[in-house]
Design a protein around this ligand. Structure first.
Ligand code: ATP
Ligand code: MG
Length: 235
């Protein structure tokens, strides 16, 4: 198996006035393709920041990120957008759906950006998988938080990503919907070999992944291979 995500001595600081706030401090890990992985830690510990850097949404202060063996640090914003479009699915903590587009249109965006054909049919299939076919013409403000979360999931799937980053994918969902969403995410791993990187406060969900990285105050405090992981396909 090959490395899909390699993080080396990653540090992110913000300047506020004459003070430097270090939110990620020298974080390193290496993730194998097809694996499942969770990042846990208290609120404010740097999880969302770390995910954004790994997905090429943001730039580090120092250190390196290699995504699918492409070093992101030296790329321009456009080049990073290309890498994201090619390899990455992202489910944001705050969904980030486009407010002026319907649920269906939101799911279509990544496929349209890649110039694909027959996108509305495929987008509808994806919405159906997350149980939202009947809401296809609704705008985000006409959807509940959990429904927006699921549209965001369908959109992330539309990319057929090599790696899916999900920031609190079940944070706003009831138990039943949460189970459905988790099953969908793990199916993607089993069926397509998609690498999963989940940020979660749900330790039961974390325990389903193969490895748990715990961060606190911007540093990795533990890195554990879990015993009762969900079986991934033999590849
Ligand atoms: N643009 C910014 N400027 C200054 N500080 C920031 C900025 N973005 C994030 N931070 C700080 O970085 C720290 C880590 O934020 P981050 O969003 O990564 O936390 P988190 O672990 O995802 O927390 P939560 O579980 O609440 O989502 C926080 O203390 C936050 O205030
Ligand atoms: Mg966060």
């Amino acid at each position: 198996m090959s490395s899909i995500l390699r993080v080396q001595n990653l540090t992110k600081s913000y300047q506020s006035g004459n003070r430097t706030l270090t939110v990620l401090d020298n974080v390193s890990f290496d993730l194998q393709a097809g694996d499942t992985f969770s990042i846990v830690g208290p609120s404010g510990s740097g999880k969302t920041t770390l995910l954004g850097l790994c997905a090429g949404l943001d730039r580090a202060s120092s250190g390196s990120v290699y995504l699918n063996n492409v070093q992101l640090d030296n790329l321009t914003e456009d080049q990073r957008a290309q890498v994201r479009n090619q390899y990455v699915g992202f489910i944001f903590q705050n969904f980030q759906l486009m407010p002026t587009l319907t649920a269906l249109e939101n799911v279509m965006v990544p496929m349209e950006l890649r110039g694909e054909k027959g996108v509305s049919k495929r987008a509808l299939e994806l919405l159906d998988r997350v149980g939202l076919a009947a809401r296809q013409h609704h705008y985000p403000m006409q959807l509940s938080g959990g429904e927006q979360q699921r549209v965001s999931l369908a959109r992330a799937f539309s990319n057929q990503p090599k790696i899916l980053f999900a920031d609190e994918p079940t944070g706003n969902l009831d138990t039943e919907t949460s189970e459905k969403v988790v099953n969908l995410i793990f199916e993607l791993n089993r069926e397509k070999g998609t690498t999963l990187v989940l940020v979660t406060h749900d330790l039961e969900l974390a325990a389903k992944t193969g490895r748990i990285i715990r961060i606190k105050g911007g540093s990795v405090v533990s890195d554990t291979i879990t015993a009762d992981r969900v079986e991934t396909s033999s590849r």
